[in-house]
Ligand binder design. Sequence first.
Ligand code: NAP
Length: 336
Amino acid sequence: MTTNKQITLEVRPAGFPKESDFRLVEAPVPTPGPGQFLVQSLYLSVDPYMRGRMNAAKSYAPPVELGGVMVGGVVGQVVESHHPRFAAGETVEGYFGWQQYALSDGVGARKVDPSLAPISTALGVLGMPALTAYFGLLEIGKPQPGETVVVSGAAGAVGSLVGQIAKIQGCRVVGIAGTDEKARYVVEELGFDSAFNYKSARNYRAKLKTLCPQGIDVYFDNVGGAITDAVIPLLNVRARLVICGQISQYNLERPEMGPRWLWALIVKQARAEGFLVFQFADRFEEGIRQMAQWLKEGKLKYRENIIEGLENAPRAFIGMLKGENIGKQLVKVADA
Ligand SMILES: NC(=O)c1ccc[n+]([C@@H]2O[C@H](COP(=O)([O-])OP(=O)(O)OC[C@H]3O[C@@H](n4cnc5c(N)ncnc54)[C@H](OP(=O)(O)O)[C@@H]3O)[C@@H](O)[C@H]2O)c1
């Protein structure tokens, strides 16, 4: 344990990122000072928000510096600690970045209970994507039994959980995803009522009209663009649009025009609201407790797509942006 492999941001991409935008470097393993601990990464999460951090512009968080270690959620093990709350040997989750070892002062880090589920789930079904699905759907979407909920990005980390939580609430759920296999997965394995592959559908609106004969009460939007444009005219009176993500826009060199459908919100007295999962930070424990309970009761299913090796994190990230994942995309950095 003398060298620390890290993945840094080498080039700010224009359009779709490439593996050459990243660089694998080696640095000495740091030594924790007073109030710090050293963590060894075991699993690394790759997420759509990281694309925004590669740009120079500040969004809700500052960009990654050129030459800086890429940001990212990690599950790891404390190897040495001078921190009062974290002890050597404990499993922790935090934003430790794309590297084998990181120092932490404990801010934003939490302990992971390995008896609940495999520790990798702290980045998925029992982590940030789960909290996004839970609070976004229940607090912004406010689904009622019998209502129709449409979710885009349906087979991904967030979308796959949104649809299942909506089913638990007694809703009718329609998913939109990018392959036939994904559409089958969300219906046959996750219990959605129906789903379609947007890449082979000729007319999204006609397809949605057939699959949502009662109209749409809640739209959980992970993708934006033409899919969202097709949903809007089918909204019911007092519908709720949960604006969670706009992944169809993240890699465009020039933004698409739109939306041109705000009139529909007037006519339908509908509400569109964007949110950030972190606005619910004071209720994260509640969210994880409920997701763990549903998992234990067999009401939630999940998949992880795991690529081995820190050096493959750029490939995993780009693959996720292209839709190669079903469920949560992870990188396994080391054995537990
Ligand atoms: N607001 C928040 O606090 C918050 C927190 C977490 C995530 N998010 C957002 O939630 C969304 C899902 O995140 P996730 O972590 O669960 O990722 P994910 O769904 O597991 O992976 C991304 C998926 O996006 C789909 N995709 C890629 N390009 C697309 C396009 N042009 N049109 C439609 N779909 C496309 C791909 O699936 P297909 O095969 O279906 O195309 C891909 O698998 C993202 O937009 C993310 O930014 C928001």
